[in-house]
Design a protein around this ligand. Structure first.
Ligand code: SF4
Length: 273
């Protein structure tokens, strides 16, 4: 952050940086203490750094107003809140220390579709209002395309491609990113000559070399022996693949595990493995 690796900081330095970071968890209900009121939950990050009680009250009120919750929610308990209201409380708690950077871990995936849209709009509005940077983790590419400026695609815990959102959606270069984007309404499927099949290998025991080699139709011998590095391909577009020339020409090497386009079934709804 600001050029500093904050992952190994200790003591006061760690506290200083932590106050600029926040987190919103996937499940809004389990992320709140059932025995605490909304006020207690939202003010906890302030109490942890000894903000005086009067200031805490004011900042809780400001945070709740920012997420669209009225004043009377302060005294409510989690069991009195809907899923969407609980996630608004969690976002208010994330905002209360006025961070610059928020990690959002699938913040809408546990909510109804209509509530998801409201929450996404709220997050986008808050980003503009408070000048926030989000690190948004998601399996839903439609959401990612809406929220993110820059996207990193991961397969079995490794980043295989990273690019600006428009660039990635217009022309993904890694075979896995191509397969993923062909399943969404935001991506183009015209570049895809195969359909991904089978289960991904266990992340505990990933394949050697490129982790995608057991499912990749462009795999050659080097793919199972050498892990490709993330390399700059054009501008700020990075890709980890040994055979980008084959991919660009659509020269599939090992088609036996893959179904031709004509046999594709229904779209799986844009979910990553
Ligand atoms: S061509 Fe090789 S390196 Fe590239 S994605 Fe496929 S298996 Fe990985």
């Amino acid at each position: 952050m600001d050029g500093v690796d904050i992952t190994h900081l200790k003591g006061k330095e760690r506290v200083k940086w932590r106050s600029q970071l926040s987190y919103v968890y996937q499940n809004p209900v389990s992320s709140l203490d059932p025995a605490w009121t909304v006020e207690q939950s939202v003010s906890e990050p302030l109490a942890a750094v000894h903000v005086p009680p009067d200031e805490r009250k004011e900042r809780v009120q400001q945070s709740l107003a920012a997420v669209g919750l009225p004043e009377y929610f302060r005294g409510r308990y989690p069991h009195e809140l809907s899923g969407g209201q609980s996630q608004r409380v969690a976002i208010a708690r994330a905002l209360v220390r006025r961070p610059r950077f928020i990690v959002l871990d699938e913040p809408t995936s546990a909510l109804d579709v209509s509530i998801q849209a409201q929450l996404l709009n709220l997050l986008i509005d808050l980003q503009g209002e408070f000048g926030l940077t989000y690190f948004y983790i998601s399996h839903d590419l439609n959401v990612v395309g809406r929220v993110c400026d820059r996207i990193a695609v991961m397969y079995l815990g490794k980043v295989v491609e990273m690019a600006d959102a428009l660039d990635l959606f217009a022309s993904p270069l890694h075979p896995y990113a191509q397969a993923l984007l062909s399943t969404t309404s935001v991506g183009s499927s015209s570049f895809l000559g195969f359909r991904l099949t089978g289960e991904p290998p266990s992340p505990r025991n990933p394949p050697s070399g490129c982790r995608f080699n057991t499912r990749c139709p462009y795999a050659t011998s080097i793919c199972s022996s050498e892990e490709p590095k993330l390399m700059q391909v054009r501008g700020t577009h990075l890709v980890a693949c040994h055979n980008l020339d084959l991919v660009a020409k659509g020269k599939i090497q090992v088609p036996k595990n893959f179904l031709p386009v004509a046999t594709r079934g229904p779209r799986p709804g844009g979910q990553l493995d």
